[in-house]
Design a protein around this ligand. Structure first.
Ligand SMILES: [Zn+2]
Length: 459
């Protein structure tokens, strides 16, 4: 099989660190060099993601740069990836049979057998790292949607400011040390890498490397990579706790080793966190002191199998810009973005992110109606003045908006009356309002009654 070395970059100036050797956490395995066999695991009934090499390469560069920084260059990665996906003999449904651990062991056994892993040993610590195309349960990872009881529901972690981070119940990433090879085996499922969010690189390290080296979850939980970093930040802003590293033979250096990369020194973040349709989106950038910029390439994508729309910028005099524009999106859509920067001194860095451009006028939701005809009732904004309700029998009711920005019981929302008789009035709380219940009252009544809890459709 054609195997390529993933170029991970010369990361730290050698010789700056003290102490060593680094060994597995709770073990004696030498970690001076970690040989990672990186595999794109593809069920035989699925098409490969067109730019899977870019996506896995990005995840691996982040993992390697973080690891070398955290261990002061005393433990380094040598990652190799076959030039083609490992096409499984099984379909996605067969791969994911049973629980997520059964899926993991099935994939590990097939990859190990097909690749002859770990092969000839050279004293390094072997890791078999699978990036799978599937999740344990079916999930559209670009829109972050799965179907539950016939309706689309959002699945994924969204922070309090509206930013998306990795974390899906349907995933199934896991890892373990492997006594047979004296190394480790890891799986990063599709939700952890196919569409990079802020924190996806933390998942790639946590599951793809950390647990294979024996690293446990710190107690109490914190924001380090072996804990909850994935929900808060990209990996260059996180860390491995010093007591865990000291348990692996690492000692803090008098001074941090000088870095010759942009890892941790360059940062990009989209603003606003939750853009609306038509609203300009930008990437706010931070640079190392004295940076001279040769080239900035930004790109956006609105479908996983769709094209990237690329823009190249050469700042006059190499002056680092405080932000770059990503443009505005006329329709509601998920957006992946990517930025590649190159400094005049040759240093490069790449970051990826994701957001959803939302159209406030195209909102839809459902609630469960308990009386006949019982079942899910689907509400949609229909033009500037109307809402419709579809019941399970196919009957459509139409409501005209009477007032926006109303306040009922402390929630903000919209008042609408049923056409044509206007005998019933409903209150639709705004997206995100609490309590999130659809309310109604008959004409002339004062008090509101709840029809049911609102479940917004994914945007
Ligand atoms: Zn874990």
């Amino acid at each position: 099989m054609n195997v390529r070395l993933l170029v991970l970059g010369g990361l730290l100036a050698a010789g700056a660190a003290t102490a060593g050797p680094i060994h597995a956490y709770g073990g004696t395995n030498d970690l001076a060099r970690i040989s990672v066999t990186v595999v794109y695991f593809l069920p035989r009934d699925r098409p490969p993601v067109p730019d899977w090499r870019d996506r896995i390469g990005f995840a691996m560069r982040r993992v390697a740069a973080f690891h070398e920084r955290e261990f002061s260059g005393l433990s380094v990665l040598d990652a190799r990836m076959p030039g083609e996906p490992l096409v499984s003999e099984l379909t996605a449904d067969k791969v994911r049979e049973g629980d997520a651990t059964a899926m993991f062991e099935r994939m590990a056994a097939e990859a190990r057998h097909r690749l002859g892993w770990p092969g000839a040993r050279d004293g390094s610590f072997p890791v078999l790292l699978l990036f799978s195309d599937q999740n344990h349960r079916e999930l559209d990872d670009f829109t972050r949607t799965r179907i539950e009881d016939g309706v689309p529901v959002h699945e994924g972690h969204v922070g309090p400011d509206g930013r998306h981070h990795p974390g899906a119940k349907s995933g199934g990433s896991r890892a373990r040390m492997d006594p047979r090879s004296g190394g480790g085996i890891a799986l990063v499922t599709a939700d952890g890498w196919r569409v990079p969010y802020e924190g996806s690189d933390c998942v790639a390290y946590h599951e793809g490397l950390g647990h294979t080296l024996g690293l446990p979850h710190p107690e109490p939980a914190d924001r380090s990579v072996m804990s909850t970093a994935q929900y808060h930040m990209p990996i260059h802003r996180s860390w491995i706790n010093a007591d865990q590293k000291q348990g692996m033979g690492w000692a803090p250096a008098a001074a941090p080793p000088p870095s010759n990369t942009l890892f941790g020194a360059f940062h990009a973040r989209h603003e606003p966190a939750e853009p609306r349709t038509g609203e300009p989106v930008r990437l706010d950038l931070s640079w190392p002191e004295g940076a001279r910029v040769a080239r900035i390439t930004t790109a956006t994508q609105t479908a996983l199998f769709g094209p990237w729309h690329e823009a190249v910028l050469r700042p006059p005099e190499g002056t680092p810009p405080a932000f770059v524009a990503l443009g505005a999106f006329s329709g509601a859509t998920p957006v992946s973005w990517r930025i590649r920067v190159e400094l005049a001194d040759g240093r490069r860095e790449e970051l990826w992110g994701y957001f959803q451009a939302a159209d406030p006028a195209s909102r839809s939701f459902w609630y469960d109606y308990r009386f006949e005809p019982a079942g899910k009732r689907i509400w949609r904004a229909a033009g500037p003045d109307l809402w419709t309700e579809l019941d399970p029998t196919g009957r459509l009711k139409v409501f005209r908006i009477a007032a926006r920005d109303s306040d009922v019981g402390g929630a903000r929302g919209t008042l609408a009356t049923e056409l044509p008789g206007r005998h019933m009035e409903v209150f639709i709380p705004d997206r995100g309002a609490r309590p999130g219940h659809l309310l109604f009252r008959l004409t002339g009544e004062k008090d509101w009654k709840a029809l049911g809890e609102i479940h917004d459709f994914p945007r």
